[in-house]
Design a protein around this ligand. Structure first.
Ligand SMILES: [Fe+2]
Length: 430
């Protein structure tokens, strides 16, 4: 009897194989009207499978990746546009990690081209992983609770201070779990992210974490790199540039691709986003040739003329930890002191209940004016002179930017960490 007890005791001491656990995600990437990439991480190698369908009860479609992985990437294809799908990730049939619910579903983008009411959430320099970042997040969640977020952008410096995997876990995956599994995130690279990533070789943490289009999978021209890319959502053409670690010269590969991409788009709206702002007087100075090794000046002198020739409507950046929003401007490629009256296409506030919405002709007409926004206060504020002449408004306030596109009208709202609206304007085309 004693012997049996002894053997049972030894058996209890034997190491047992714990079942794998999800330690990151799931999160949505590279959304197209007919496909969605779902990613998640497990604490050990295992198979990966997604089951999905139009209702939890009929979620019987299954897609797997091959082999055993800890970084799971599964692409769902053959989806219907503008349709809600419920999904669950797991490692085999009947071994699911998550439960069905409204938080485990997404809506595929609508067909490319036709207008559709679209909400975009924009975060800049959010990656502090502190209470300020959480307050900005909570204010948006509360304000937008009754409206789905169709997609969201990160304007770089997504994880301080060197964009390591651990820092991304805290500042992105632990911070926005609900948004990550319900709405596709489209990021750009900031200087802090570049502490652990390399654009020329598309390697490192940022490039490992994100699945971004290189072949024009989501609209736009193939860029051949995840460092810069474009995609379409309904009647909007989004362009992501790499202002930090990619050649910014006027005839470099990125500039050449940008020209061709702009020429090829027939969408009603063109929104471009990158990290280093062409116009700012915040914690960075776009009049300084040495600030950020000249990147702000180079983006303004080399890239902005291409964007404006291509009919860009809105240019979003971060880097300065504040909120700065320009008038409708055009052709301002020099220092702020050299701006002339002709650069101000509309010197009003852009508000329908003020001096009126900013107006542009439809059809991506070149040099018809664009609004430039620095939205780099989603994780901290850092002050500065806040007096760039291009800006209608400059605020040292925590917050995030919300874009609502309805047909040929685009409304922008700056929402603070306390849930108050401190700026808004409207761009209209006709
Ligand atoms: Fe930065």
């Amino acid at each position: 009897m004693n012997r049996i007890r002894w053997w049972l005791f030894l058996l209890f001491l034997l190491p047992t194989q714990a079942s794998p656990k999800v330690i990151r995600g799931p999160y949505l990437q590279l959304a197209t009207p007919n496909s969605m990439v779902i990613r998640w991480r497990t604490d050990q190698l295992c198979p990966g499978m997604v089951r999905f369908g139009l209702t939890p009860a009929t979620a019987t479609n299954r897609t797997s990746h091959s082999g055993e992985l800890s970084e799971h990437v599964v692409r769902l294809s053959g989806l219907k546009p503008d349709t809600r799908y419920f999904y669950e990730v797991g490692r085999a049939t009947n071994l699911w990690f998550t439960s069905f619910g409204v938080t485990n579903s997404f809506v595929t983008p609508p067909p490319i081209g036709p207008a559709q009411s679209t909400r975009v959430w924009v975060l800049g320099d959010s990656g502090t992983a502190n209470r300020h970042q959480a307050a900005v997040r909570d204010a948006y969640y509360a304000w937008s609770f009754d409206r789905r977020t169709d997609l969201w952008l990160m304007l770089g410096d997504n994880a301080y201070s060197t964009g390591t995997d651990k820092q991304y876990q805290k500042a992105v995956f632990d911070m926005y779990p609900t948004m990550l599994r319900t709405s596709p995130l489209w990021p750009t690279l900031g200087n802090h992210d570049a502490g652990s990533a390399n654009s020329p070789t598309q390697s490192g943490v940022y490039y490992d974490i994100f699945t971004l289009p290189t072949l024009g999978q989501a609209g736009g021209l193939p860029s051949g790199t995840e460092a810069y890319y474009s995609f379409d959502y309904a009647n909007i053409h989004f362009i992501c540039l790499d202002s930090h670690d990619t050649d910014r010269s006027p005839n470099g590969a990125m500039a050449q691709w940008l020209k061709a991409d702009l020429e090829s788009t027939a969408r009603d709206w063109i929104i471009c986003f990158f990290h280093h702002p062409p116009y700012t007087k915040g914690s960075h100075d776009s009049d300084s040739l040495t600030d950020s090794s000249g990147r702000l000046v180079q983006m303004r002198e080399n890239i902005v003329p291409i964007l404006e020739a291509g009919g860009v409507d809105l240019v979003l950046a971060g880097h300065s930890h504040d909120y700065e929003r320009s008038y409708l401007i055009s052709g301002a490629y020099g220092f702020s002191t050299n701006m002339i009256a002709a650069n101000f296409v509309d010197h009003g506030d852009g508000r329908q209940n003020g001096t009126g919405a900013y107006q542009k002709p439809a059809g991506n007409e070149p040099h018809a004016g664009a609004v430039y926004i620095v939205a780099g206060s989603s994780g901290q504020t850092s002050g500065g002179p806040l007096n760039h002449r291009a800006m209608f408004l400059s605020l040292n306030k925590l917050g995030s930017l919300v874009l609502d596109v309805n047909g040929l009208e685009l409304d922008a709202t700056f929402l603070t960490d306390r849930g108050s609206i401190r700026d808004y304007f409207t761009l209209k085309k006709r």
